[in-house]
Design a protein around this ligand. Structure first.
Ligand code: NI
Length: 173
């Protein structure tokens, strides 16, 4: 294997605690994600949208739909952690989700969804008083915090945008 196109930013971070500055940076990046994802697919043709971002990987279109549904899960996880005591979150089979027919829709559907979703997610995060509120991942049996969710989903959005911009650079699109 040469360059790892799957993880252009390296692996997902799972810190239990962030500094105030790191939180500000992460919130800022999450705020910008909808427009950056939109920019990452702007002007692509249908055949470009149906090109895998790497050999054997999801198509550009599937990546966009994945980000929207992943961040819907993020929204639910944040709300659970804020309203319940150490809730157990629900993992999901993201590769199987990506095989369903909604992943063939125009990317605009999920770009619009992500716009609205982040318009709701950001004030929820900006209102967090206690970033140490816990939640548990059942498969790993590990307990994390709201800071972990913030770091994970900040990384997650940028990770998928980078997959697409790396592809566009490689293809000269
Ligand atoms: Ni992902």
């Amino acid at each position: 294997m040469t360059a790892d196109h799957r993880y252009p930013l390296g692996p997902m971070p799972t810190p239990l605690e962030l500094s105030a500055q790191e939180r500000e940076t992460a919130l800022d990046q999450l705020r910008r994600l909808p427009q950056e994802l939109r920019a990452a697919v702007a002007g692509l043709s249908n055949s470009q949208l149906d090109t895998p971002y790497r050999e054997g990987g999801w198509t550009v279109r599937q990546v966009v739909h994945h980000v929207a549904e992943s961040h819907m899960n993020a929204f639910i996880r944040v709300k659970l952690a804020l309203t319940e005591e150490n809730p157990v979150i629900k993992p999901y089979e993201e590769d199987r989700w990506a095989q369903s027919p909604d992943h063939q829709l125009p990317p605009e559907v999920s770009l619009t969804l992500l716009d609205a979703l982040h318009t709701r997610l950001l004030p929820v995060l900006e209102g967090v008083m206690d970033w140490s509120r816990p939640w548990t991942h059942p498969a790993q049996g590990r307990t994390y915090t709201l800071d972990t969710l913030l770091a994970m989903y900040d990384w997650h959005g940028r990770h998928h945008v980078a997959q697409l911009t790396v592809l566009r650079g490689r293809e000269g699109w």
